[in-house]
Each structure stands twice: as structure tokens, then as C-alpha cells.
Design a protein around this ligand. Sequence first.
Ligand code: GUN
Ligand code: ZN
Length: 443
Amino acid sequence: GRTGTLAIRGRLLSFDADPAVEGEAPSVRFIEDGIVVIRDGIIVEVGEGPVVARRLEAGIAVIDHRPHLVMPGFIDPHLHLPQTQVIASYGQELMEWLAKYTFPEELRYGDSAVSEEASRFLLDTLAANGTTTAAAYCTSHQVSAEAFFTEADRRGLRMLAGKVMMDRNAPPGLLDTPQSGYDQTKELIETFHGRGRLEVAITPRFAPTSSEAQLDAAKALAAEYPGLPIQTHLSENKAEIAFVAEAFPWSKDYTDVYERYGLVRPRALFGHCIHLSDRERSALADKGASAIFCPTSNLFLGSGLYDLAASRAVGLSTGIATDIGGGTSYSMLTTAAEGYKVLALKGQKLRAFEAFHMLTAGNAAAMGIGDKVGRLEKGYEADLVVLDTHSTAPLRRRMERVQSLSEELFALMILGDERATVATYAMGRKIYDRYHAGHRPLA
Ligand code: GUN
Ligand code: ZN
């Protein structure tokens, strides 16, 4: 909408390319004192603070966030709307956890009031964590997706979401049918796709909960809407993989099931991808799909350790996500920290610049929205997070020994959490402010 012109001043950090691929120098754009000029929600200029300030017309408000970092808003490419009250449920691995905690809770989301309240909570919490875009699984109930889209649109957010398609191996109250899953997804596309900043994702939950007839319906939707995002789960857990092998006896492997149904393509987001074979990784990469690494979830459910080096070796793009509520933190900083530790157990490394690239431009690219969000760049939507690298006593103390930006960012990702969020903007509109959120200003 038309919100006029404003300018935001701070320590600007953005990524022009993936530092893991191109190296740091051409990838990292940092301006120690920079200004982002925003007109009607779109970035129109990014430059050196003193230079831009001199040129700015009188009367344009400059919000001075110095000495804080200003980055593109974080992007969370995998989470579940109905799992905000499943998070931190004790002691089961994936298949039992789904049956014991997740499915019973998801039954509640047939009630629109439940879905509306959860949507408000989730979007408030994402904003408090500096997350401005997510790819969300709703439940199989049409109303859950309607509630989420309506609330996201009201807030002017760029969001991907889908009604979950699942027609077997769950309680009857969660099951749709091949026809109703198709019809409801189509109706959502017609109603919400392209409204404001919303996009509908075709969302078969995962192969174990869809019949072949339903996967055929998902295939038909994917063919009718070739530009649409797709989201599902893949190769998270050994028992899940064995289940798929039994349910689809003709399949070469788990990925083959999704390939057979035309679901492996650009903008297809495959959550987890832990136990893939080389063939599967290459198939995903060759078809332009993305793997979504969910470290807190993979540790919490004991699912396994994602292999980033193997993905990189075949050119499989990797996003990183919270997976609320298998995941245990809404914070993309904490998510990056746990990702670092998972990779450490694999003998691999995640440098700070690589991690912050992943949280922003990398996740945007995986979702196929890398031309709209994820960078501080002219023409991009002004979704921003302002971060305080000294937000807690442990951070302040650690920062006394920090020698470089990359060390500072590394300490922020390892020690930081939602308390580091000073402010969050969507299309240049402030959607979160630390000092107005009941957080006491830190001394
Ligand atoms: N696989 C299928 N559904 C789910 C889910 O809700 N959470 C996780 N972590 N894995 C899944
Ligand atoms: Zn998930």
C-alpha cells in the first residue's frame, strides 16, 4: 500500500550471492553506517549513511537504529501452524510423536476460532524473532488455511502456506479424500494465491499419509499450477523410510515416490532430507528442488544429522528452518546455532556469513522468492530485521573480545535469540518493536 517514504539507518548487512559458493568478498555487502530508503514498502535506495542522508528530501523520517544491525527479515521455510502447543512434547521419535501428540492436537483446527487464535500467536511470535516470511503447513482443514492466510494478509506479510493433504494413516477427523484435497487446495489457490503477498503451496503432508490416488491429485494440481510452491517431508526418520518402502513397493526409494507424482521441481521444498542416497540427492538437485534442514527438530526427535556437504557436492540447494513444533525454537538465530552443531557432528562447518545468507537470501531463493525478499536491494520488498548484537550479558561480555564482523555474527548466532530483535518491519511498516512488547529495555 501507499505508506509514503521513510529511511532506516543502521549497520546494513545483506548478501549478493552465497558465500559458500562465491566466497566472501563478492557475496557479503556490509555498510557500517548505511541507510535504506523505502517508498510505499519497496526499497528504493541503499547506500552510505552520510551520503544518502545529505540527499534525502527534508521531511522524510529517518529511523536511526545505529548501532544495531539492519538485515533482510529472516525467512523460515518450514513450520507448522497447528504445532505451537505440540512443541516440547516429551520423548518419542517421529511416527509415535505424530500419533501421540501431533494428530490429536491438529484435530482442534477444524474450529476456525482455534485456527485464528493460533495464526495470531504464530505471526506475533515470528515477528518477535525477526522472521517476516515463512512456509507454513496448516492442517487438513480448509478453515485452518483460510484463517492463516487471512491473518497474514491483514498484516501485509509475504507468506507461503497450504492446506495439508492427507487421506490415510491418521485419525478420521484429519483425513480428506483425493477429491476433497484437490478441490479445497484449488479453492484456496483461487481465493488467496496472489492476494496481497500470499502464495498457496501444494502440501501433501508426506507419502505415508497419502494414498496413490491422493498423490495423483497432487500431481494434477502441480501440473495445473506449474509455478506454485510445493511442500512435503522426505527422509526424516528410518522407520518413516521403511514405512514408505512398504506402502509403495514399486518405488526405487522415498524420493522416487514424489518424482513419480511430479512433485520434484523448482520451488518444491522437502523438509528434513536426512537419510537420502546419492541418487536421491542428485534427483532433487537435477530437478531444481530444495532440501530444508531443520536442525532443532532433527535433534529433538533424534531423527539424524543433515549432510550439507553432500548436498553442496551435487548442487542441491539447502534452506534452514525451525520446523515448529518438531523444532524447539522460533528463533532463526538459535536454528542456525543448532545447525552449526549438527554439522560439527558431521565434521562440517557452517561459517557465520554462510548461515546469515541462508537465513535470508538463501531461504528466499529456495522458496523461489529470491527476487522479492531476502536482500537489501533496490526494488526488493522492505522486510527488515534490526538486531542488537549486545542484547544479553553473555553477548555483551563476548563482544568485548570480538575482532571482526564475522566473529560478531558468529557469536550472535550462537548466543542470540529473540531478545536480539530490536524491531521488525514488513513492507516498511514496523510489525514488532522490542520496547513496546513488554520486554524491559536491557541496561
Ligand atoms: N512428517 C510428517 N508430518 C510431520 C510433522 O508434522 N513434523 C515432522 N517433523 N515431520 C513430519
Ligand atoms: Zn514439518
